[in-house]
Design a protein around this ligand. Sequence first.
Ligand SMILES: [Zn+2]
Length: 374
Amino acid sequence: MRFADIPGHEEVKERLRSLADTDRIPHALLLEGPAGTGKFALARAFAQYVHCQNRTNGDSCGRCPACQQHQTFNHIDTIFCFPIIKNQKKKLSLCDDYLPEFRDQMQQSPFMDYDQWLLKLDNINAQPVIYVDEAAELTRKLSFTSHSSRYKIVLMWLPEKMREEAANKLLKILEEPHSDTIFVLASDNSRQILGTIYSRTQRIIVKRYPDQLVAQYLTSQFPMDEAEALQTARLAEGSLTEALRLISLSKERTKYLDLFKELMRKAYTRNVGDLKKWAADTAELGREREMGFLEYCSRMLRENFILNLRQPSLLGMDQEEYQFSQKFSPFINERNVLRLFDQFNKARNDIAANANAKLVNFDLSLKTILLLKN
Ligand SMILES: [Zn+2]
């Protein structure tokens, strides 16, 4: 990650650069500010800048061995620390056990926030934390001298998720810092960090992104006009992550609506051959997205039932959904709505339990034929 890969935040970048250039790097730096503003990306860019063997124009070169190792999360003197969920069965107890998932997700979305990490961990009901074992592991790792560079750098994502015992252990390290160790913490909610740790860090505030900058970023990455980009930026309230999420949601919603329409039209015309194809196409969404799709179907059924009851004030549909539903809603009524819900829920649970998606979908489409005729 280079500074140039991160939009905006010029003042923060300048400050980080000058700390490294003048070799006045504090033992503990804290980047604090709202979620979705690229704090951890800045921390990564800073670490790469510190380790780069050929800094050019105020940025890391991106080509030297150190930069290449950073870009693949393999730099030997860089330690990642982030919230995880312990899993005794699978023997997952340390950040290193989760590094492949963390790396994947960070490469896919460098501005990842906590919610995305929960989805990646496939357990939205859990509360990932930084355990005391991790702090012990950190102490162990820091007791070795750095391998290839002058500094070992610990990049800690969301220090506010540290368990109290972990925080106390970390405090001990910060009280007697090794001269070759730098901590860079990136926090969405610094008020939850233990006060004694907070006061030992040099703080840099990372502000929310201006709407204009988010909009500019969106138009540079996606085929959308300025007005649309600005509207998305306003909804995202200064979070780039949220803006990207809104875009992928609206794309996903269009895809889901197309599949939903296809299912209902083909079930209505009892086109079994086409439904077989529909079942296979839908299975290609993959497990996670198919579960999202089936939840979407339940929502559409509910909205259509409400529309049929002529209570439009409760509607949460967009224009395209509404257009389709005006004609479709008469088919969703007291006689079939509950049984339809049951079938879609059952399909969702089967998919969650790793059943064969093509079969589940085909079976669901046949049930839909019968229930629509009621
Ligand atoms: Zn370099």
